[in-house]
Design a protein around this ligand. Structure first.
Ligand SMILES: Cc1cc2nc3c(=O)[nH]c(=O)nc-3n(C[C@H](O)[C@H](O)[C@H](O)COP(=O)(O)OP(=O)(O)OC[C@H]3O[C@@H](n4cnc5c(N)ncnc54)[C@H](O)[C@@H]3O)c2cc1C
Length: 355
């Protein structure tokens, strides 16, 4: 077919793609070459101070394995120094074949601009079809910077991924969580941030062998970090909790201490709905839901939570949901395995006493 703009019969430009001039050739070129997956490997400090791979990275690597069945290459990109060595074997066993380590002591601390510069260069070098980040506070800061440098699209906060050949379908809540939108990128690499906790953490599935490539960071515009302080999060990480006591606007403030006592006795953690974050009773790391965290406990005990769709988006992987609400028709009853109709504060106190 001829080109509308130059009327030439031999011009291969497809007419009227609805894209800015030059964009079609640009992404076509990349589509032809791009293959495989690259995951940004985020690390954290464990309770003993040792460095470890965040669980959501294993979730992403497990999902890649499930979607691609080991057909394509898998790269990891990690930042830090000698302290990363003990992690190599574990990463290989979760499917990373080649690990790019941006080897710089200064980058053991998160510097979004420097991380984005280096990641973009690694992606240009490796040309993966898909680049994945955890939708963690750091992942949410980093991924858009990388996407902007590569002039590619980014689907943020995904809750499901599927693959057809090299085309990634990325599903995420849209329009205030009222619909789930499945999005395909018209540009390569296809980039997504994925919520921690939406996929299971797999068992290691591969022999612990692979290659590490030390990448020399060229970025020199690091900011000076004057001081850093670890913020203790009361009740621990809610996305790892096996028992989660979750509080909503139907409870009184005094019940937080009771819920914490119940959680301690059951070996669990305390989380909340967004309303309690808005009231300033909890910080955002405790919020469950679309704009908070996705959780996957064995038991989710919801006290005084109505079950708004944005809240339910965060508990779809909970194995059992028990709700306490004074309203027998509260929406949470639709997803609860058990609904206890009664006063949430009184039932929490009774539960605490009986434990
Ligand atoms: C873009 C967007 C993103 C959002 N993201 C999130 C999110 O991530 N997480 C989230 O939680 N919300 C989110 N929300 C807000 C969400 O829509 C709801 O407003 C919120 O979840 C309601 O919180 P709640 O259930 O605690 O409060 P309410 O809806 O006010 O419900 C309180 C419940 O407590 C019950 N109750 C009252 N008194 C008692 C009592 N004494 N004993 C027992 N039960 C009692 C009531 O019957 C009611 O069911 C989002 C909203 C938007 C627009």
């Amino acid at each position: 077919m001829g080109c509308d703009s130059c009327s030439s019969g031999s011009c291969s430009t497809k007419p009227n793609d609805g894209l800015p001039p030059g964009m079609l050739q640009k992404y076509r070129l990349n589509i032809d070459r791009s293959d495989g997956f690259l995951v940004w490997i985020e690390t954290e400090r464990g309770p003993d101070g040792s460095i470890r791979v965040c669980d959501h990275c294993k979730e992403l690597l497990g999902k890649i394995r499930e979607m691609d069945q080991g057909r394509s290459r898998v790269w990891g990109a990690i930042f830090g120094h000698l302290e990363l060595k003990p992690l190599y074997g574990e990463l290989y066993s979760y499917g990373v074949e080649t690990l790019y380590e941006v080897h710089d002591k200064a980058l053991s601390t998160f510097h979004p601009e420097a991380y984005a510069d280096n990641l973009a260069q690694i992606i240009i070098r490796t040309e993966p079809a898909v680049v994945l980040f955890g939708a963690t506070p750091r992942g949410r800061e980093l991924a858009p910077r990388v996407a902007a440098r590569l002039e590619t699209g980014l689907t943020a906060d995904c809750t499901e991924l599927s693959l057809d050949d090299r085309v990634l379908s990325m599903t995420r809540p849209a329009f205030g969580g009222n619909v789930m939108a499945t999005i395909q990128s018209t540009t390569f690499p296809q980039m997504a941030t994925v919520r921690p906790g939406v996929f299971p953490v797999p068992e290691p599935f591969r022999e612990g062998k692979g290659t590490v490539i030390y990448w020399q960071s060229t970025c020199r515009n690091l900011k000076d970090i004057i001081a850093s302080e670890t913020k203790e999060s009361a009740g621990g990480d809610i996305s790892r909790a096996k028992v989660l006591i979750s509080l909503g606007a139907g409870v009184k403030k005094e019940s937080i201490a009771v819920a914490e006592s119940v959680a301690r006795k059951l070996g669990g953690s305390v989380s909340c709905s967004r309303k309690l974050v808005e009231k300033g009773w909890f910080d955002q790391s405790h919020q469950v839901g679309q704009s908070g965290r996705s959780v996957a406990p064995d038991v989710y005990l919801a006290f005084g939570i109505s079950g708004a769709i944005q809240h339910l988006a965060g508990i779809s992987s909970a194995k059992k949901v028990i709700a306490v609400n004074k309203d027998p028709d509260a929406r949470i009853a639709e997803v609860a395995d058990q609904l206890i109709v009664g006063d949430a504060d009184a039932i929490l106190r009774e539960l605490d006493a009986s434990l």
